[in-house]
Design a protein around this ligand. Structure first.
Ligand code: AMP
Ligand code: GLY
Length: 414
């Protein structure tokens, strides 16, 4: 059987490994105890010391550090852009300038390194104010507020390095955009691009989209509010000029281009690009591609992406269970109840898979919380409503002290 290496240690990588294992031998580096308990092989060996037919890099950090370049230099077949392409996510200032030269519709912006100049600029704008750290911040570096003094305080915290250290010492200030948000993950093979099924992510920690931005508290797919014509419009207005700009800059982009899109009254605008699979979007997309995932990703890596992939007619919903104190100060070490030795539900619910993000095991074999997002409780079903019912039935079987979750994931989509 063909062999595939997945790089990463979160619920996204658990979902990728689980999907790829339907048609390949999968090794995850480094993985996590929940992935291993699920029967998937985890090793500590760096990817550059492993042999496989296909390498799939999950997180942005190794991509921005050039892991895909290093693997390709060894002749390996890789899903994930090189360091140059990964700049799109490594620096929001780079991304905005890239979009500008590509002619991609996006919010107007300014780049600032000085507190006084940034606050003076805010004073000329009208609400909402959008302030973003330039560098990587695990989805937590964006503030959207209607209050000018809150915006200015955030600028101060970011620019003096107290909020995000080095990653925050340059900021992007944007105009606020209105509309419906969609995560459109697009596969690129260096030449062509095909969209995956549109998904919706719930980024705020609180129900009703309140509170701080997080890495994502849940997701569902397909997002039916995004019709085929909307997807086609994103492909033509946003993705096509991006591919053209890659060509102009000599970037051979093979991997996932995750477009965070605002569907507004005047058409789609790009909020951000990520250079990898979304988390938690991947947890709802992988189950919809059945045993076709390996072949699909192999084609991404080898430049043979000729067809739009076939998906199942099912829907999927994932609900994130996060640790006490997430996102500001997540606590580790709380005992998780309701999971069996395989890290899955002790009492199975049809269509449910538990993807582990931040868990570890103690010497009695119990699972404990270890980090911010702990589990992505994922269910498929014939409809969003059915998948949602199953996901929350599973959520109700799992408990740990102080868990943080939203009860309204996909609620408006049923
Ligand atoms: P980003 O990491 O750039 O996607 O931003 C995180 C979240 O902040 C997005 O998912 C949006 O909900 C919100 N956001 C970012 N940029 C804007 C904007 N220009 N206008 C309104 N909301 C935004
Ligand atoms: N779900 C947001 C992200 O993956 O960045």
């Amino acid at each position: 059987m063909t062999r595939c290496v997945v790089v990463g240690s979160g619920a996204r990588e658990h979902a990728l490994a689980w999907g790829l294992a339907k048609s390949a031998d999968v090794v995850v580096t480094p993985g996590n105890p929940g992935i291993a308990a699920h029967g998937l092989t985890c090793v500590d060996t760096p990817a550059t010391q492993l042999e496989a037919d296909l390498f799939v890099v999950g997180p942005e950090l190794p991509l921005t550090q050039g892991l895909a370049d290093d693997l390709r230099a060894q002749g390996k077949v890789v899903v994930g852009p090189g360091r140059h392409g990964a700049q799109l996510e490594a620096s929001k200032a780079f991304m905005k300038r890239f979009l500008e030269s590509a002619g991609v519709p996006t919010a107007r912006y300014g780049v600032f390194g000085e507190i006084d100049a940034a606050c003076a600029h805010l004073a000329t704008m009208s609400a909402p104010y959008v302030i973003k750290t330039d560098g990587l911040a695990a989805g937590k570096g964006v503030l959207v507020t209607d209050d000018l003094s809150t915006a200015c305080a955030d600028v101060r915290d970011k620019l003096n390095g107290s909020a995000f250290g080095e990653a925050g010492t340059t900021i992007v200030i944007e105009e606020g955009l209105d509309g419906v948000e969609c995560s459109l993950l697009v596969l690129c093979d260096g030449e062509r691009a095909v969209p995956l099924v549109p998904a919706q992510d719930f980024k705020r920690v609180g129900e009703g989209d309140t509170g701080a931005n997080t890495g994502g508290m849940g997701a569902y797919a397909p997002m039916r509010a995004m019709g085929d014509d909307d997807v086609a419009r994103v492909m033509s207005d946003i993705v096509a000029p991006t591919l053209e700009e890659f060509r102009r800059r000599g970037i051979d982009y093979r991997g996932v281009l995750y477009a965070g899109v605002m569907m507004g009254a005047r058409g789609p605008a790009l909020l951000e690009y990520n250079v990898r699979f979304g988390d938690p979007e991947t947890q709802v997309l992988v189950p919809l591609y059945g045993d076709g995932l390996y072949e699909l990703l192999r084609r991404v890596a080898t430049g043979e992406l000729h067809e739009v992939p076939v998906t199942s007619s099912e829907s999927a919903v994932t609900v994130v269970l996060a640790a006490h104190g997430y996102p500001e100060a997540p606590r580790s070490g709380d005992v998780i109840q309701g999971l069996g030795a395989d890290g899955q539900l002790f009492v199975p619910v049809e269509g449910v898979t538990i993807f582990h993000a931040g868990t570890r095991r103690d010497d009695q074999g119990r699972f404990l919380t270890q980090g911010g997002r702990v589990l992505a409780v994922t269910a498929t079903g014939a409809t969003i409503a059915r998948a949602r019912e199953r996901a929350y039935a599973a959520v109700d079987q799992i408990s740990f002290e102080g868990r943080v979750l939203r009860r309204d994931i996909a609620g408006s989509a049923t």
